[in-house]
Design a protein around this ligand. Structure first.
Ligand code: R5P
Length: 228
């Protein structure tokens, strides 16, 4: 699993803190990435000790981890409500997030938005005064060049994400490609989110505007929880 940003101890502290919010009978959205992985393992330990909880994975990675952790799984189709989701972020500013460093943001957004509460888990390196992280945009393969042109027209600089251990691009769990779109500082995330959502062939972008209900920031000496 790809690890980014802060230390593993910080990520673990954040993940374990959010996992404490999972109560008996809960349906939990399981985020993707190195920080959410700690939450999944911690929930798995609680299940092992008798907690009744079911998880909805947001990616191949989180499904495999949850299975390994012994967590019963379900789907959005099979459940009426998702009590909470626990997910990582590549950057956050207040309740606004940039996600998709692991190319999982499309399924993450569906599950996180369906949840009554979204608990974000992060290390301190993810916090920003204003969002300025490149925004991943998942695109249908046929729309790669047309979406890239529209991104340029919006003032962004798109780069096709390439795979590290394969010749060629990253292919998402949904069979699509990812453009990492650098807009510099993003003064109005809601406006940019609306513009990106309107592009034909763009399946989903990584701006999660105002979606976090809590952010658990893990530090070497404890966890700070911000609520929105
Ligand atoms: O697509 C991946 C996700 O949005 C991750 O939650 C995000 O990239 C943060 O991952 P990590 O906790 O590994 O920094």
């Amino acid at each position: 699993m790809k690890s980014t940003g802060g230390s593993d101890a910080e990520k673990r502290a954040a993940g374990e803190s959010a996992a404490e919010a999972v109560e008996d009978g809960a349906v939990v959205g399981l985020g993707t990435g190195s920080t959410a992985a700690h939450a999944i393992r911690a929930i798995g330990r609680k299940v092992d000790s008798g907690l009744d909880a079911r998880g909805i994975p947001t990616s191949f990675q989180s499904r495999e981890l949850a299975k390994e952790a012994g967590m019963p799984l379900t789907t959005l189709d099979e459940t009426d409500a998702v009590d909470l989701a626990i997910d990582g972020a590549d950057q956050f500013s207040g309740p606004h997030l940039v996600k998709g460093g692991g190319a999982a943001h499309a399924r993450e957004k569906i599950v996180d938005a369906a949840a009554d509460r979204l608990l974000v888990v992060a290390d301190p390196s993810k916090e920003a005064e204003r969002l300025d992280h490149p925004v991943p945009v998942e695109v249908l393969p046929d729309a790669r060049t047309t979406v890239a042109a529209e991104i340029r027209a919006l003032g962004g600089s798109p780069t096709l994400r390439s795979a590290e251990r394969k010749d060629g691009p990253v292919v998402t769990d949904n069979g699509n490609l990812v453009l990492d779109c650098d807009f510099g500082e993003i003064p109005n995330p809601a406006e940019l989110a609306t513009d990106l959502a309107a592009l034909p062939g763009a399946v989903e972008h990584g701006l999660f505007v105002g979606m976090a209900d809590e952010i658990h920031v893990g530090r070497e000496d404890g966890v700070e929880v911000e609520e929105f």
